[in-house]
Design a protein around this ligand. Structure first.
Ligand SMILES: [Zn+2]
Length: 93
């Protein structure tokens, strides 16, 4: 299996390995030349919080903005982010 032309792992500045995402980019995908952002979804370990989340889900109660978390990207990641931006610019139509 062929890998992606670009594949970069970003871990949050806070050091928590559950705060991370991967950007993969390739010119030969089913979508054409593009980049994919794969985000790690936090898993709640507290059973009561999971039950509360399930109850809210069943009754359709959600934050109007959806569920978000954050990854702090520090300046040391700029070059790797720029590599993805350069790839996308290179393949602009
Ligand atoms: Zn973090």
């Amino acid at each position: 299996m062929r890998g992606f032309e670009i594949e970069e792992l970003f871990i949050c500045q806070c050091g928590d390995p559950s705060h991370q995402f991967i950007i993969s980019a390739d010119k030969e995908t089913t979508e054409g030349a593009c980049a994919f952002v794969s985000v790690h979804l936090n898993r709640e370990h507290n059973v009561f919080k999971r039950i509360w989340t399930a109850i809210k889900y069943v009754f359709g109660t959600r934050c109007i903005y959806g569920d978000f978390d954050e990854v702090i990207i520090n300046p040391n990641n700029a070059d790797r982010l720029q590599k993805v931006v350069d790839f996308l610019k290179k393949h602009q139509e």
